[in-house]
Design a protein around this ligand. Sequence first.
Ligand code: FAD
Length: 401
Amino acid sequence: MARLAQTAGLTDVQQEILSTVRDFVDKEIIPVATELEHRDEYPQQIVDGLKELGLFGLMIPEEYGGLGESLLTYALCVEEIARGWMSVSGIINTHFIVAYMLKQHGTQEQKDHFLPRMAAGDIRGAFSMSEPGLGSDVSAITSKAVKDGEEYVLNGQKMWLTNGGTSSLVAVLVRSDEGHPEGTAPHKSMTTFLVEKEPGFGEVRPGLTIPGKIDKMGYKGVDTTELIMDGLRIPANRVLGGVTGRGFYQMMDGVEVGRVNVAARGCGVAQRAFELGVQYAQQRHTFGKAIAQHQAIQFKLAEMATKVEAAHAMMVNAARKKDSGERNDLEAGMAKYLASEYCKEVVEDAFRIHGGYGFSKEYEIERLYREAPMLLIGEGTAEIQKMIIGRRLLEEYRFQG
Ligand SMILES: Cc1cc2nc3c(=O)[nH]c(=O)nc-3n(C[C@H](O)[C@H](O)[C@H](O)COP(=O)(O)OP(=O)(O)OC[C@H]3O[C@@H](n4cnc5c(N)ncnc54)[C@H](O)[C@@H]3O)c2cc1C
């Protein structure tokens, strides 16, 4: 059978990287993923393997010790990894966003200081916009930085940090009023701080506490945490890009590539759900034949495969657009929206094909069923994607009458 989700026009290097990652996923991730997930255990051995493969530096330029690969290569690797276990792609994703933001917006000193160790996977990144009172509405951020000599003093509470415990560098978005008079638009008075800390929980740096892991329905193994800043002192040279007031735009740039990444995760999880569904449908017999021979099940498989193909094509298109240097917010929003919705639907159909066994923790589809909903939320909900898509469409199709 021709495999689904093929990508035309890849270079030899891209094909080699992908085949290495796929091999790693089949041998090192799939056999252990469900067991580790049920125990909510951090996949240290897998992370060490990814480090060895150089995946933490995939998109970091070669001059800083990375592989200097494109967003497309990165997204296709993420798709493969999520096919094995979505949580592992989550471990890479926030790291990738922070490295991307540093590459695009960091000062030379910041790039030299962080990127080589990020490429080696020795420093791992998390990014933090959300707070207990807000997620979609980033402009409502209340955490604050106040200048005090050559330092800033940060106070406030952050929520939902993927890799909050295991990371040693967090890009934190806060409000910084200095230099921005009263009445400045909210998004123009935000600043990204590069906060270094010890990995772990509790007080990981004076004034900075990571209370513990949030207990989640799925997406286990990877830690998701709160972050509390209480008089946290950060030197002025750790303002991303060296200038305050640019944080909102820097974060939105990071989230835009993050959206392609979430779309890729949706593609990977949907592919795995299809694989599980199509295999089970040929093994399970009812009324004297394999259920795959019932037209109703074949129709389900046809719909699932079509969704896998469509989501993959949109994700690849969004990544290629960004790689070409063009604005891709429309394509990334569409890809993220479609891939996450289709992923949920394909997983649901694979679950139904499994009948009662889909409800048993012995079957992998049970894990996927708890993982897919996260993709509907992360890097902006479906409603937020539709707002972005709608706004861009009205720009492109402005009425000229
Ligand atoms: C497992 C997990 C990991 C996460 N990791 C990170 C991370 O690493 N860093 C980080 O910063 N954040 C992270 N998040 C937070 C995530 O980005 C937010 O949960 C998400 O943006 C939604 O925000 P919210 O939960 O506050 O929902 P809300 O913004 O309160 O939205 C609630 C509902 O209202 C809808 N809604 C909101 N505004 C509108 C509107 N204008 N029009 C129509 N509908 C609207 C939303 O679509 C949603 O359905 C994570 C979340 C989860 C669950």
